[in-house]
Design a protein around this ligand. Sequence first.
Ligand code: DQA
Length: 190
Amino acid sequence: MGQGGCQGKAIPGAFHRNPCDKPFPSRIVAPIRAVVTVFGVRFEMMKFLVLNGPNLNMLGLREPSIYGHATYADLEARCHAAAGLLGVSVEVRQSNHEGVLIDWIQAARGTVSGIVLNPGAYTHTSIAIRDAISASEVPTIELHLSNVFAREPFRHHSTISPVALGVMCGFGIDGYQWALTALHAKIVHA
Ligand code: DQA
């Protein structure tokens, strides 16, 4: 494990305050680094996870007037391009199953520096995903392609927002790049 810029500030068991006044356990704020080997040379990079929930695999086909014409492959490519610019590693995953998303969030505990999560329709119903984020203690940005607040009233409520670091919505796949950038900045400057 390499020594990240924030690790020196971490006090085990203590909580840091960020500008949003949202406390994080300092152990989790410390950037967790993945080892990447390129042509035999080892690099240590901060590792992020992008998780997408139900129906996001249908991107490009599904209601393009709401979600745009970009495909799921475009979304993945955008995340990898953003990670390249930030000098971090990213894994992009999608599942239509709540339990699978929960397993991934739990497994992120202590192994991933931050999560960008588009929970799809589970945003509006899933207490279990919210609890998984709390339990994992991994800084998580909630993201939506569409501006959920300009849509049906049932999309205005999120079970996830209260445990999220922040919320990004309404910017299509561009939002993923900005959410990764915001997550990176938040962790580096914590
Ligand atoms: C969504 C918004 C949700 O309300 C919806 O159920 C989705 C996608 C979005 O990205 O805009 O599946 O999360």
